[in-house]
Design a protein around this ligand. Structure first.
Ligand code: HEM
Length: 446
């Protein structure tokens, strides 16, 4: 019974909601420390919010009982004016059909053609850095991941579209983050400056996307960018593809889902490297011996193990998707407890990744936690940066490949030095982003 679940303390009437707004990460850690792996927190009007910080209960929600849940409604509602019915916002059969169409295009082996684009953009970016100067690494990584996303999406023609794509993606993510954090929601049709800004930017990108789709349908050529893969996707059973509107929704979805998450994860990784010079030195050595002076490429990835472990450990400490929300569609049994229909469950990825019993000395940055032996020794499901189950991140291989290539491309040329002062604190919005500019000094790699 749910009543036997530990219940967190909260304020009268409003429960834990003010705490969730004020100090969301603190709340997620308190849920584990005071309530354990599965707990409930009072919300408004006698309702409860369920918080999961346990690998097995998380698997119940995200994998075993996935069909009895839908995604947390708020995020989908505020994303829908921009993302339409893409993978993030769709549910049920529509989602399953889209996922079946798109997933085969995002397998590890299918993405190799994009490695060169990722490495080239990284080299071009770091080329412009000046020894002894500071760079705002978050701004740089945001620029880089967007340039990579635009070229892998639109291919050779992307140069002329990147400005509109960048404006649309920023306006879209700002709008979604703004709405999720707002108490009073006004319809997107109201002529507020923020609504107008978002709609203008999205309309500009729509025009581009529909125009390229029209050209490609008329003459597919031999493109292998993501847009073309979406246009070529056919359902295994009935052979049907997507119509133009669906393709447009998935283009927007992939931009929005893939851009800020990856930029944040790379920013945290580089900041942690700057604060851990011995790991940074080892990474430089790895890159020097595996890649030498040329561009890092697909063939190097299996031997860039430290680059991978650095990224994994950074996402343990600062998971860009620090929690995922679900709502029960019907009464459901989770972790041995019955939950009624219509309740909200938060899977606390941030909390799971900092459980001291699973990750000894959890605040310490130690890429060694991701050696094969260490991974095998931990219970399954205690590391969920990309979620799990039927809605696991479709871009996980894309992000991992991009991360290895970007970290290698930076370490090949530069040593990053943290400026005196405390590290920038994380700010939990839709993603876990740095709460201010992350300024690092760059020095030529020795
Ligand atoms: C470090 C980078 C990334 C992280 C940490 C991340 C994390 C996640 C997580 C946790 C989910 C599951 C959300 C849920 O269950 O509610 C998700 C879903 C998704 N991600 Fe990512 N992501 C990353 C990069 C990317 C990239 C590069 C792309 C696209 C190229 C992408 C596209 C998507 C899409 C389309 C979904 C929705 C999948 C579905 O519901 O079927 N992500 N991501």
């Amino acid at each position: 019974m749910p009543d036997s679940l530990p219940t967190l303390s909260g304020l009268p009437l409003v429960g834990c909601l003010p705490e969730l707004r004020r100090d969301r990460l603190g709340f997620l850690l308190r849920a584990w420390h005071e309530g354990g792996g599965f707990t409930r927190a009072p919300a408004v009007r006698g309702r409860f919010l369920y918080v999961v910080t346990d690998p097995e209960v998380a698997r119940d929600v995200l994998v075993r009982q996935a069909r009895r849940f839908k995604k947390f409604a708020a995020l989908s509602t505020y994303s829908r004016p921009i993302l339409g019915e893409g993978l993030i916002t769709s549910e049920g059969e529509v989602h399953r059909a889209q996922r079946r169409l798109i997933a085969p295009k995002f397998g590890r082996r299918d993405l190799g053609t994009y490695a060169a684009t990722m490495a080239r953009h990284t080299a071009a970016l770091v080329e412009g850095w000046v020894p002894g100067r500071g760079v705002d690494i978050h701004a740089e990584m945001t620029r880089l991941t967007l340039a990579i996303a635009t070229e892998t999406m639109f291919g050779a023609a992307s140069g002329s579209y990147s400005r509109a794509a960048s404006a649309a993606v920023h306006a879209a993510t700002d709008y979604i983050a703004g709405e999720v954090g707002r108490l009073l929601h006004l319809p997107v049709s109201w002529p507020l400056p923020r609504n107008r800004r978002m709609q203008r930017a999205v309309r500009a990108l729509d025009e581009i996307v529909f125009e390229i789709i029209r050209q490609r349908r008329a003459d597919p050529g031999d493109q292998d960018d993501i847009l073309q893969r979406l246009l070529d996707a056919r359902d295994e059973d009935d052979g049907r593809g997507m119509d133009d509107q669906q393709v447009r929704d998935e283009v927007m979805t992939l931009f929005v889902a893939g851009h800020e998450t990856t930029a944040n994860a790379l920013t945290w990784s580089l900041d942690l490297l700057a604060r851990n010079p011995e790991v940074q030195r080892a990474l430089s050595e790895e890159v020097r011996s595996v890649v030498g002076d040329g561009l890092p490429g697909l063939e190097h990835l299996p031997r860039l193990g430290l680059a991978r472990r650095v990224f994994e450990e950074s996402m343990r400490l600062y998971p860009p998707a620090y929690m995922v929300g679900r709502e029960s569609l019907e009464p459901v049994e989770v972790g041995g407890h019955s939950l009624p229909a219509g309740v909200t469950v938060l899977v606390s990825i941030y909390g799971l990744h900092r459980r001291p019993d699973l990750w000894p000395d959890p605040e310490r940055f130690d890429p060694g936690r991701f050696s094969e032996e260490a991974i095998d020794a931990r219970p399954r499901g205690c590391y969920l940066p990309f979620g799990d189950g039927p809605r696991v991140c479709i871009g996980n291989h894309f992000a991992m490949m991009e991360a290895q290539l970007v970290l290698a491309g930076v370490a090949q040329r530069w040593r990053l030095v943290a400026l005196p002062g405390p590290a920038v604190a994380p700010m939990p919005r839709v993603t876990l982003r740095p709460g201010g500019p992350v300024r690092l000094q760059v020095e030529a790699a020795g």
